[in-house]
Design a binder for this molecule. Structure first.
Ligand SMILES: *Cc1c(COP(=O)(O)O)cnc(C)c1O
Length: 370
């Protein structure tokens, strides 16, 4: 008898396309036999780690024979002070990706519904399907969340709703007024996950401050943030969730005890204290973003004004083609066909000189095309 894998796995996995991350620099250099490749594909911080973080990592390296602190004691204490949130209201994860996974693992019964926007962060769909949820995607309106349509889509099977604010890959944010109205419409037995991975980059006055929501008795809100973007620690995988105490207790039951590694904990603690590094990163993004907009305006290229460190661009052509042309010039961007946005690329704002290289390459690609 021939052994077959057919139907041994969870059926819902048939609907999952594995997450395809932005290509690593080394891989592209190896494949194309070129050097000096720049990555503008994964919304990472283009500065190296802060020197304070590098020092903390060097020191922590001496203890990697030990298991990490399962409780993240020092990091928890520092973050709790910074956010004015009690330590008991925080859960740390191996990136905020892990918090998404833990929430679904803890709360989804097979057949429950998860509501997401379209387009949005791909992990929501993947992690929901793994837990046996039915995922419903509500289209955005003019590249913004249509929260009224999302509230209308809630049924008695809805368990979790994901709001990425700002959204990835779109870069737009939900304003306070719409957000507040939406929260009032969500029943108490539905969990609202507000993913604030780009929180630090937002400088819009009407961006909602969500931390106060965790104490509402009649709501179940969890907020996630990360050290991967503005803090420059993507490679160490540290993120966190903030929620009411009984939700955190439930999440801790499905959390692997040593989920945040010791080097990551030390680095995140140092990163929190290095406010100058974060400020420098934010100010780079702010000033460089204007130069991207100016180039796109000049070329007559449409883009979505962004509250983050990346920009979604409608190239007007075939995004795979444009991706390949940029890659040949040593620049990695994200092409958006996985999202069904076949003429779009997403580009992360990098260092000034890297952006200059992107501008020259993009200009050449667009002009050759026409
Ligand atoms: C980058 C990103 C994350 C987080 O990533 P981690 O590195 O796992 O913390 C979460 N949500 C969105 C929308 C992101 O773009």
């Amino acid at each position: 008898m021939v052994l077959t894998m057919k139907r041994i796995w969870k059926e819902k996995l048939d609907n999952i396309k594995p997450y395809v991350p932005g290509k690593p620099i080394e891989e592209v250099e190896r494949e194309l036999g070129i050097e000096g490749v720049i990555k503008m594909a994964s919304n990472e911080n283009p500065f190296g780690p802060s020197p304070k973080v590098a020092a903390a990592i060097a020191e922590a390296a001496g203890s990697v024979n030990r298991y990490p602190d399962a409780d993240c004691y020092y990091l928890r204490r520092a973050l709790s002070t910074k956010l004015s949130v009690e330590g008991k209201n925080i859960i740390f994860g191996n990136g905020s990706d892990e918090i998404i996974i833990l929430v679904l693992r803890a709360f989804i019964h097979p057949g429950d519904e998860v509501l997401i926007a379209d387009p949005t962060f791909l992990m929501y769909n993947i992690a929901s399907l793994v837990e046996g949820a039915d995922v419903r995607a509500v289209p955005m309106k003019d590249m913004k969340y249509d929260l009224e349509a999302m509230a209308d889509a809630i049924t008695d099977r809805t368990k979790v709703i994901f709001i990425a604010n700002p959204d990835n890959p779109v870069g737009t944010y939900v304003a306070k007024k719409e957000f507040d109205a939406f929260i009032e419409r969500v029943p108490g037995n539905v969990i609202v996950m507000v993913d604030e991975a780009y929180y630090e980059f937002v400088d819009n006055d009407d961006y909602p401050e969500t931390l106060g929501l965790i104490e509402r008795e009649d709501k179940h809100v969890i907020i996630t943030r990360t050290f991967s973007k503005a803090y420059g620690l993507a490679g160490l995988r540290v993120g966190y969730g903030i929620a009411k105490r009984d939700m955190i207790e439930v999440l801790n039951k499905v959390r692997e005890p040593f989920n945040v590694n010791s080097v990551g904990q030390a680095a995140a603690l140092a990163a929190l204290e290095d406010t100058e590094y974060v400020e420098r990163s934010l100010s780079l993004v702010r000033s460089e973003k204007k130069r991207f907009y100016a180039l796109f305006d000049e070329l007559g290229i449409k883009y979505v004004p962004s509250s983050t460190n990346f920009i979604l661009v409608d190239t007007g052509g075939d995004s795979k083609d444009i991706f390949d042309h940029l890659l040949k010039r040593g620049i990695i961007v994200r092409e958006m066909s996985v999202w069904g946005l076949n003429s779009f690329i997403r580009v992360t704002i990098a260092l000034e000189e890297e952006n200059d290289r992107f501008f020259a390459a993009f200009r050449a690609v667009i002009n050759n095309k026409g």
